[in-house]
Design a binder for this molecule. Structure first.
Ligand SMILES: Nc1nc2c(c(=O)[nH]1)N[C@H]1C(S)=C(S)[C@@H](COP(=O)(O)OP(=O)(O)OC[C@H]3O[C@@H](n4cnc5c(=O)[nH]c(N)nc54)[C@H](O)[C@@H]3O)O[C@H]1N2
Ligand SMILES: Nc1nc2c(c(=O)[nH]1)N[C@H]1C(S)=C(S)[C@@H](COP(=O)(O)OP(=O)(O)OC[C@H]3O[C@@H](n4cnc5c(=O)[nH]c(N)nc54)[C@H](O)[C@@H]3O)O[C@H]1N2
Ligand code: SF4
Ligand SMILES: [Mo]
Length: 713
């Protein structure tokens, strides 16, 4: 008998509600859930493809151990005991830091994993923690930490109420929005314009989102900080500063008056490629709109001036009176409070061994991972763990990392695919598939443009020989602690035996909801939020629009926003120097892109997503192609300081002259991977070109956008 199941799609930040018709072990249809108050029935092609992961013949459903080029099925007992024993033996011989961990993007889409990852971190006690953060949103967290006192206080554009939306380096029409979770972004943009609002997009590519906006401007890659300085200069010089409520809790504004003379308008227009008159128009409109919001994403984070650019975006929103105001940017209030004192973050408590890069929130930049494995000496990484990641394809200079992984003494991967990274592991531990576990967005609710909560039950029973991410972390942590001689107290042990549910993600989630801002504790009559209540609302619960919360939510000691922290101010001379940098005549600048039918590196084994036209092409402006006598579809050599790849050119006037564009997550032609469909649609990896020494020097984020390359035939 067919049944209907409702759940949140876990693949991207949009958190769409899905309506799945199914039998006991088959899927009849997947549709957007029209009754979901957040996503209103929206779904994208990846949402349908969730079933392809579940039924994928290449998905691992039992632990495996590598023997040469072959994989042997092993029991969980052998897997867990071997992994724990190996890791502890290596740590005993070479010190705790000789084990490194990389946490990939889906880690944060899996609440069980999120809840237990700290237990594994604690058990290992290594400083060599890395994650997708430092090829992604690190500059946002870095700036949040220094100006609001908490790395997770992300101001979210209130797009449902704004009148003027200024977007830099984002492509939500393809990505469905990031650090701005909004089911059905396009519909929200249409509504914005219908109510008379304006949308502006600044991007070196006239991307898919350009169709939804009023005006798109090309900008030279990695020059957004100059554009924003132009806007600030105009607003300040025209005396249009309006701090509104923020006047009471903002300090450091004087600094911006002092630097304005360092940058001339002519210079700013030249370096960005945006004419002064256009800059002026945008500044005037932004300052005079009843409510405006400026938002910048991947294109302005994963570049040379990621932190500076994000900082200037905050300053623009604040000095134009659009901070903590409806229609401006606001902090959201998730049902599980993750913005707590003990999660505020820290900086530079210690440095990486080889490049002496500062830690941020306990992590080093992923761009330094390979050198820590390859450089001999005390503290060298000898064993490595990857969880839900594919850094060979997703971090800069992926080929170097691949080489480094093959030289390790031991590697374990927690993943259900044998991909370009996990193929190098000695043991792979497969977690439950996305339809086999329950789901709650502990992290992404924090970025939602409306407050919301949605719990999804598992749809199918887990494959017999898999374990949840929660169980895997928990088991590994327990065994590692035991081998290190750390015993849990008798009380804890007894509790675990008598009340095993206390050690479950569901119990932890329930407690967090009940003690959270919408909870009413454990009083069954008070009607607050609890797991039980969420289970009764299979379409999710709308918890209302974003609300002003300043200055209470600040984590700075003086409860003030520090608009000009020293660490950010000190990075301005580096920006100033950029003005002198010239591009050689035959050089082009490489940027990235995302495709609606692709999800980082790991959905290319779904035939329904990869079939049709080749999506891994190098976009190039007709003028640049003509100059090099390149024809559409021609295979060219793209060369960077790091490496060289061959790829087909797609000539397109959606590119800015001098800029070429290649998506990431491709390159499934490496030996050893077991992804039958992806191999047939392999593409090439852009991260064989990106440079592990080209960073946002301040935050340590990888600069995968703005990479100088040559294109030859
Ligand atoms: N379909 C799909 N959706 C996804 C993903 C996916 O892989 N596929 N990945 C998810 C993840 S992990 C993330 S982090 C989000 C990212 O979400 P977005 O940031 O919205 O996505 P991108 O496509 O990376 O958009 C970056 C834009 O920046 C532009 N850009 C590049 N360099 C510069 C620059 O120097 N200045 C300016 N102004 N613009 C620049 C690019 O042309 C591009 O249009 O998407 C999420 N959603
Ligand atoms: N050049 C360039 N490089 C980039 C980017 C770019 O724009 N340009 N974007 C960057 C960004 S924003 C990101 S987020 C990263 C992503 O990079 P990564 O996070 O390193 O890689 P993913 O492709 O997301 O790989 C996810 C892996 O997790 C596994 N997985 C999926 N679900 C689960 C689960 O529930 N549990 C476990 N244990 N495993 C699971 C999948 O099988 C897959 O192997 O790439 C970055 N790299
Ligand atoms: S936009 Fe697509 S991938 Fe993202 S949550 Fe919605 S259905 Fe899933
Ligand atoms: Mo990301």
């Amino acid at each position: 008998m067919p049944k209907t199941h409702f759940r949140t799609c876990p693949l991207c930040e949009a958190m769409c509600g899905l309506k799945i018709n199914h039998t006991k072990d088959e899927i009849i249809s997947i549709k957007g859930d029209a009754a979901d108050p957040f996503s209103n029935g929206h779904i994208c092609p990846k949402g349908y493809a969730l079933q392809d992961i579940h039924f994928d013949k290449d998905r691992l459903t039992h632990p495996v151990m590598r023997e040469g080029a072959n994989w042997r099925i092993i029991s969980w007992e052998t897997a867990f005991s071997t992994v724990a024993r190996k890791l502890v033996a290596i740590q005993k011989e070479h010190g705790d830091n000789s084990v490194g961990i990389y946490w990939g993007n889906p880690t944060v889409h899996n609440y069980g994993g999120v809840l237990k990852s700290s237990a594994l971190k604690k058990a290992l006690n290594t400083r060599n923690n890395y994650s997708a953060t430092s090829v992604d949103q690190l500059p946002h967290q870095f700036v949040n930490f220094f100006i609001y006192g908490h790395n997770l206080l992300f101001p979210i554009p209130d797009i449902d109420k704004t009148d003027y939306f200024l977007m830099l380096g984002a492509n939500p029409a393809a990505s469905n929005g990031s650090l701005m979770s909004a089911g059905d972004f396009s519909r929200r943009m249409k509504k914005l314009r219908q109510r008379g609002g304006t949308i502006i997009l600044i991007d070196p590519r006239r991307n898919e989102t350009a169709r939804l906006v009023d005006r798109h401007y090309f900008i030279h890659p990695a020059t957004d900080a100059f554009f924003l300085i132009g806007l600030l200069k105009l607003i300040i010089e025209k005396e249009k500063i309006n701090l509104a409520q923020a006047e009471k809790y903002v300090k450091g504004l004087e600094f911006f008056h002092a630097i304005l003379d360092d940058f001339g308008f002519e210079e700013l227009a030249k370096i960005t490629g945006i004419p002064f008159e256009e800059m002026e128009q945008i500044a005037d409109d932004f300052a005079s709109a009843p409510a405006a919001a400026c938002y910048g994403r991947m294109g302005v984070s994963t570049q040379e001036f990621g932190a500076l650019t994000q900082w200037l975006i905050h300053v623009l929103n604040i000095i134009s009176g659009n901070f903590d105001q409806p229609g401006g940017v606001m902090f959201n209030q998730p049902a599980v409070e993750v913005v707590r004192k003990n999660t505020a973050g820290h900086y530079n408590r210690y440095q990486s061994r080889v490049r002496k890069r500062a830690e941020f929130c306990g992590e080093f930049p992923s761009a330094t991972m390979a050198e820590e494995m390859l450089t001999e000496g005390p503290g060298q990484i000898k064993a490595f763990i990857t969880n839900a990641g594919n850094p060979v394809l997703s971090t800069p200079n992926g080929s170097q990392l691949e080489k480094a992984l093959t030289q390790l003494e031991f590697m374990v991967a927690i993943d259900f695919y044998i991909n370009e990274t996990t193929a190098n592991a000695n043991i792979i531990l497969p977690p439950h598939g996305p339809l086999e576990h329950d789901h709650y967005d502990l992290v992404f609710n924090l970025f939602a443009v409306r407050n919301r909560a949605h719990y999804s039950k598992p749809l199918f029973k887990p494959a017999k020989n898999t374990r949840s991410d929660f169980q895997i972390f928990s088991d590994l942590a327990t065994r590692i602690n035991k081998l290190k001689g750390r015993k849990s107290g008798i009380f804890k042990k007894t509790m675990r035996v008598v009340f095993p549910f206390l050690e479950s993600p569901q119990f932890m989630l329930d407690v967090a909801l009940r003690t959270g801002p919408y909870g009413a504790g454990f009083n069954p009559f008070a009607g607050g939020l609890s797991l039980r209540k969420l289970k009764k609302h299979p379409h999710g619960i709308d918890l209302g629009p974003l609300q002003p919360c300043m200055p209470n939510r600040l984590f700075t000691e003086d409860k003030k926003i520090n608009l000009a922290p020293e660490i950010l101010r000190n990075d301005l001379p580096r920006l100033k120097k950029r003005i002198e940098k010239s591009v050689t005549k035959d050089e082009l600048v490489l940027i990235g892109r995302r495709d609606l039918r692709s999800n980082n590196s790991w959905m290319h084994n779904s035939l329904r997503l990869v079939k049709g036209k080749n999506r891994c092409t190098l976009l190039m402006h007709p003028e640049d192609a003509a100059k090099r006598q390149i024809e559409d579809g021609q295979i060219v050599r793209v060369i960077s300081r790091i490496g060289e790849i061959n790829v087909a050119v797609q000539i397109s006037d959606e590119m800015m002259v001098g800029v070429v564009c290649l998506p990431h997550g491709w390159g499934h032609d490496r030996a050893g991977i077991e992804l039958a469909v992806a191999k047939q649609h392999s593409g090439v990896s852009v991260n064989n070109l990106t440079d592990d020494h080209y960073l946002d020097e301040l935050s340590g984020n990888a600069a995968v956008n703005g990479v100088p390359v040559k294109v030859l035939i």
